[in-house]
Write a new protein. Structure first.
Length: 111
């Protein structure tokens, strides 16, 4: 019987988690699950970092752009939702097939 493999240690970081997210979001749009995988963070940590990033960018020319979640059954768009998490169900059709919101960074020259 072979010895079980030891868990893989997290990658060594030279950047903070927020800096990693800024680098990723500057190139393309991601949802929370994709950011979690790319940045090697839990989804909960990504959500926390995105909220903090939005606050810290208020005095910066860059903005955190959010493409809202959408119901895949009826097409309802969650435009007024303030939370970054994906909604549980649609208020219109009560469906649970909801797309994740997408996040990206936009600067003054990218608008």
């Amino acid at each position: 019987m072979s010895k079980p493999l030891a868990p893989k240690p997290p990658p060594q970081r030279s950047q903070t988690p927020r800096q990693v997210l800024i680098d990723l979001l500057g190139h393309q749009s991601y949802d929370v699950r994709q950011l979690s995988k790319e940045a090697h963070l839990s989804e909960r940590d990504v959500l926390f970092q995105l909220e903090e990033l939005q606050r810290s960018l208020k005095k910066s020319p860059q903005r955190l752009e959010i493409e809202p979640a959408r119901c895949l059954s009826c097409g309802y768009t969650f435009e007024t939702r303030e939370r970054f998490q994906r909604p549980g169900r649609c208020p219109k059709c009560k469906g649970q097939r909801i797309s994740h919101p997408l996040f990206s960074l936009r600067g003054p020259s990218q608008e």
